[in-house]
Design a binder for this molecule. Structure first.
Ligand code: HEC
Ligand code: HEC
Length: 335
């Protein structure tokens, strides 16, 4: 959208198109069955604009509000420090980054409502899909990867379509999101996550809980990996330490730095937690043993993970409880 970036930089349209196609190909490269991470159907349809025909609006709303929690970034807080319901998904929460040369860059999460021109009204389904799973916007400009597109690339085609269908139903909101400042060009986008490198459950395929754990692997890859994994470099997760915590959050100017914790079943992580303990912490947002509410970087609480479907919470808990243990930490959200 035209309000975001102040300059198109030096891109030629053919270079931009090549980048967009490369990202699309990457997003499509793992597709094989409807259960595996797809991002789209490769082959004859690759590169052709596709409308969001699979999935449902209800599934999209559920993913947006309670699993992928897009509003944590795309809905601003009101004066009371709580998400402002009059600006639901209308942007912007801003994020500050210190660039390699020391410049502090402010990146804003945009308006996702169906407003024209502030929101996504003029975007095609394919453009939203490319932004969400490949990190390239409608102007062929790469998104800063605080937007978790490297992980969203693992979403199934039906789930991406569901999100697109739901976003189309979000009432237009004319909230104007400030341009990123100073102009920040992340091109090319960071590589998407290689789903084949995300660990599988250690349960044997014959185990009664194997299928649940592998369903949980999918959800945890798109909803938890980004935060709970240390980075090799800016927003490239170190998959050898998947879910082992230690990612630091420095993005809100002036706020104390938060660190994610190890959720693998190592003694530096959740070795002493049962599946039920994990389920209960996910739904209540309260830590086992201490009764402490989690710091607000973890998107818990009644409006977010608290409304995740019980079966999905159990699948995720079954997966992380049966991950290969990784020694890392222990970490604390706040020192
Ligand atoms: C951790 C924060 C975060 C989360 C969670 C997040 N986003 Fe974003 N998103 C951003 C930021 C920041 C940008 C802007 C990046 C930039 O300008 O380079 C963005 C950009 C976008 C864009 C491009 C919009 C435009 O006008 O250029 C779309 C589309 C988008 N996000 C959709 C979503 C959806 C849908 C979800 C949930 C499934 C989601 N985002 C979750 C932070 C987030
Ligand atoms: C936006 C970042 C973020 C996301 C997304 C996120 N978490 Fe967290 N999580 C954290 C942080 C930070 C903490 C530490 C909170 C604290 O100790 O107060 C945490 C704490 C936890 C804990 C408590 C562990 C302990 O030792 O007390 C569990 C369990 C957990 N997360 C599971 C998950 C799961 C499962 C998902 C995905 C469904 C998830 N988290 C998504 C950031 C995140």
């Amino acid at each position: 959208m035209g309000v975001k970036h102040v300059s198109l930089g030096t891109f030629t349209s053919s270079l931009s198109a090549a980048i967009a196609l490369a990202a699309l190909a990457a997003a499509c490269s793992t597709s094989s069955s409807t259960d595996s991470p797809t991002g789209g159907d490769a082959g004859a349809d690759a590169g052709r604009p596709r409308t969001a025909t699979t999935g449902t609006i209800e599934r999209g709303q559920y993913l947006v509000d309670h699993v992928l929690v897009c509003g944590v970034c795309h809905t601003p807080n009101g004066a009371d420090g709580k998400p402002d319901p009059t600006k639901y998904l209308a942007g912007s929460r801003s994020y500050d980054f210190t660039d390699t040369d020391g410049t502090v860059v402010t990146v804003n999460a945009e308006n996702l409502t169906s407003h024209n021109p502030e929101g996504l009204a003029t975007w095609s389904d394919e453009q939203i899909r490319t932004a969400l799973t490949g990190g390239i916007d409608d102007e062929h400009i790469a998104l800063y990867p605080i937007m978790p597109y490297p992980e969203y690339s693992l979403l199934t085609r039906a789930d991406v379509d569901s999100i697109i269908q739901y976003l189309r139903t979000v009432a237009p909101n004319d909230n104007v999101v400030p341009a990123d400042y100073p102009y920040f060009d992340q091109n090319p986008p960071v590589p998407v996550v290689d789903g084949s490198k995300i660990p599988h459950t250690t349960l044997a395929p014959s185990d009664a809980d194997f299928a649940a754990a592998e369903r949980g692997r999918y959800l945890a890859s798109v909803a938890c990996l980004n935060c709970h994994t240390e980075q090799l470099s800016a927003d490239i997760p170190d998959l050898a330490k998947a879910f082992a915590g230690g990612k630091k959050y420095t993005f809100v100017r002036g706020a104390p730095q938060h660190t994610s914790v190890n959720i693998t079943p190592d003694k530096t992580g959740l070795a002493t937690w049962s599946i039920d303990d994990i389920v209960s912490a996910m739904l209540s947002n309260v830590e086992k043993g201490t009764g402490r509410s989690f710091c607000n970087t973890h998107p818990g609480g009644p409006e977010l993970f608290g409304k995740m479907a019980a079966s999905d919470v159990r699948d995720i808990a079954t997966y992380i409880h049966t991950l290969p243990p990784v020694a890392n930490g222990p970490f604390k959200c706040l020192p």
